[in-house]
Write a new protein. Structure first.
Length: 404
């Protein structure tokens, strides 16, 4: 074990002990997934490298950090070694639940882009990347985040494979895409991950997502079928059934009296409390008398004309404050993407094939979860409150998590 605190003294040694214990637990959890000792050692060294402050977390840089003359050990781990990334992903979920589990947790869906050059990396093409806010040459991954009162981290992932790829089986074969993989929309990938989470018994109460997902009625129906509540962003022209007629959500909110708007916090951000004005319109659920449907609106304090809309499904009697708190949790996925890319190299890979993408991403997610769990164990978090959404950078810096 080489993960140590820099400038060790007696006080620092006491601070390092929880780190060593947590990593020993991680090692025991995933070790059975690797048939060969060499692959197991390489995987653990890879995770340690991802946690470390190495500037670029690719195979060359990580190999140099541990004293290897070449990156062959890590390249073999990602490309040729025999191990199942999906099995390690399942271990990750259980690890997260055991340390961060909460029956009131929120499952958050979103995608992020990975900028790439050329046309060989699996799934790459010119496509819209929400990360960059424009169309560019990239891969797109759809992710699922688990956010509870104890912390938030990535627990599942799917690579979006455009039709241009799935329609070219030879290209897919060269990239190692399994024969049974067919085109799936981002919404279908999101449903697949949510279904896996429920099948695995992941404790959660809510689902959050942006308008790409919220505007799809099949996605909303799927969430309700999973016996989960949701707060989903939608566009202003989204319609809902009220009785026997459809109404746009912006028209519904315009009919709300000005006195109905309340100033509430959506949680803490990097600049303090995120205060907005919120309004809620309530409707009966057409099929389940125990549920209600809502139209939620959020507007900025300094610009009342800029309004964001949500559709909500929750038990009868759910109050505005609780719904607002859940809506605020959705931003934690942005925090996860930022810290996973900046602190554990989520986007710093140099692999091209389908299996190697899933392998790197899964190990990077485990590194992120490890730091999140370590941070949660070091913090005193009040019951029922989400911890501040600060980056893992300050925690790593404070703890001196150096790779030696």
């Amino acid at each position: 074990m080489v993960l140590l605190h820099s400038n060790i003294n007696k006080a620092d040694t006491q601070a390092v002990e929880p780190v060593l214990a947590q990593f020993d637990e991680l090692e025991k959890r995933i070790a059975p997934r690797f048939a060969r000792l060499e692959a197991k050692k390489a995987a653990l060294a890879y995770i340690k490298g991802l946690i470390s402050p190495v500037e670029r977390k690719n195979s060359w840089q990580l190999a140099e950090a541990i004293g290897d003359k070449a990156p062959y050990r890590f390249q073999n781990l990602l490309n040729r070694a025999a191990w199942d990334a999906d099995a390690v992903r399942d271990d990750l979920k259980q690890y997260v639940v055991e340390h961060l589990g909460d029956d009131n947790a929120v499952l958050i869906v979103d995608e992020t882009g990975f900028l790439k050059q050329g046309d060989k990396s699996v799934g790459v093409q010119r496509q819209y990347s929400g990360t960059a806010g424009r169309t560019q040459n990239c891969q797109v991954g759809v992710f699922l985040v688990y956010a509870s009162s104890n912390g938030h981290t990535l627990i599942d992932r799917e690579l979006y494979l455009p039709k241009r790829w799935t329609n070219d089986r030879q290209r897919c074969e060269r990239a190692g895409v399994p024969e049974n993989v067919e085109f799936a929309t981002k919404l279908q990938l999101a449903r697949k991950m949510l279904g896996r989470a429920r099948d695995a018994g992941i404790p959660a109460r809510w689902v959050c997502a942006d308008a790409l997902y919220g505007t799809d009625h099949r996605f909303r129906q799927f969430i309700e079928a999973q016996r989960l509540n949701y707060v989903l962003a939608v566009s202003r022209d989204q319609t809902i059934w009220v009785g026997k007629s459809q109404h746009r959500v912006d028209a519904i909110i315009r009919r709300i009296e000005e006195s109905a708007w309340q100033t509430l916090s959506a949680g803490n951000g990097s600049r303090g409390e995120r205060l907005y004005q919120w309004a809620l319109a309530t409707f009966e659920h057409p099929k389940n008398p125990q549920l209600q449907r809502f139209v939620l609106a959020r507007r900025k304090l300094e610009n009342s004309a800029e309004i964001t809309y949500y559709l909500v499904s929750a038990p009868v009697g759910t109050c505005l404050q609780e719904i607002v708190e859940v809506a605020g949790v959705r931003w934690t996925i942005e925090s996860c993407f930022q810290s996973a890319k900046g602190e554990v190299g989520l986007d710093q890979y140099e692999v091209r094939s389908w299996p190697s993408w899933y392998r790197h991403i899964t190990l990077s997610m485990f590194a992120h979860a490890f730091l999140t769990v370590l941070k949660a164990s070091a913090l005193e978090v009040k019951k029922g409150e989400l911890p501040a959404q600060n980056s893992l950078f300050e925690f790593k810096k404070k703890r001196g998590l150096y790779y030696l």
